[in-house]
Design a protein around this ligand. Structure first.
Ligand SMILES: Nc1ncnc2c1ncn2[C@@H]1O[C@H](COP(=O)(O)OP(=O)(O)O)[C@@H](O)[C@H]1O
Ligand SMILES: [Mg+2]
Length: 270
């Protein structure tokens, strides 16, 4: 496979996306180094998913540019897609199939066959701690097992870059931890660049080598978690960092529409 010569795994220049008159992502300039776990931290409505969708070639930018693994997302989408794995926010594994069936389906979509396919699937099951449950229907899995399966599915073709949108949302602390361990192990064993979005400070702090704070479509600050905290003060947490750079707390940071949405959901759930 041809690798483009590039210093950064992902680079955006003035990347912008409007929905009608609303600007969801506003002239974003971002450089994500290779072989790190990079976190995009921001409240609901910050523009995280909009950015991820443009980087994974699922949504067209309104203006500006982005390269992923050195390839332009608009003019070279096929090259980009060959080099990325993507775990969307919504569940993507099929509950009516077993783990092996889900993995076989993904492997086939990536063009893997025969002995190579079998070996990759075996390795993925082993590495994800899903060997014992490999023949069980995924609808019987816990949330953490499903996420680990989805990560396995998204990495069967050994991508250079793995993109995960809110990978641990809705998981209990133990399950969350197994997903974090899996991502750290992936980076250590393959040197894969991993981009995650999150609004979970603990996750960003534990997992990310570097992070960027996104607020209302704009980049607040970028750096290593320890460095960002140090800049604020000796006892500072990432929450303090977020407040210092956005002027609001992470909870307050959502747009009105998202707050309304959350409240609507809360009302429906009683
Ligand atoms: N297809 C769309 N049409 C209109 N507005 C959208 C659309 N997608 C996202 N938005 C708006 O763009 C903003 C950013 O959304 P999103 O990228 O999903 O944020 P995040 O993932 O950080 O929660 C939100 O205010 C959202 O309502
Ligand atoms: Mg989102």
């Amino acid at each position: 496979m041809v690798h483009a010569v590039t210093e950064f795994a992902i680079e955006t220049k003035g990347l912008t996306r409007n929905f009608g008159s609303f600007c969801a992502l506003d002239h974003l300039n971002l450089q994500i180094p290779s072989q790190c776990i990079f976190g995009l931290l921001g409240p609901n409505g910050a523009g995280k998913t909009t950015l991820i969708k443009m980087l994974t070639t699922l949504l067209a930018p309104s203006s500006g540019a982005a390269t992923v693994a050195g390839f332009d997302v608009v003019s070279q989408p096929v090259e980009v897609r060959r080099r990325i794995g993507y775990v969307p926010q919504m569940l993507s594994a099929d509950g009516a199939l077993t783990a092996i069936e889900n993995l076989t389906l993904s492997a086939s979509l990536y063009g893997l066959r025969g002995a190579v396919r079998k070996q990759r699937i075996d390795d993925a099951l082993q590495f994800s701690g899903l060997m014992a449950a490999a023949d069980h229907l995924v609808k019987t899995y816990s949330g953490g097992m499903i996420r680990r399966l989805e990560i396995a599915q998204a990495t069967l073709h050994q991508p250079e870059i793995l993109v995960l949108d809110e990978p641990t949302i809705g998981l209990d602390p133990v399950a969350r931890r197994t997903v974090w361990d899996r991502l750290k192990a992936l980076k250590a064993s393959t040197g894969m660049t991993i981009l995650i979005t999150t609004h979970d400070m603990e996750e960003a702090d534990f997992l990310c080598d570097e992070l960027a704070i996104l607020h209302q479509g704009q980049l607040g600050v970028i750096g290593a978690p320890a460095m960002l905290k140090q800049q604020i003060g000796p006892e500072a947490t990432l929450s303090d960092v977020f407040v210092a750079h956005s002027g609001v707390t992470l909870e307050e940071g959502g747009h009105y529409s998202d707050i309304r949405l959350t409240r609507g959901t809360a009302k429906r759930l009683g």
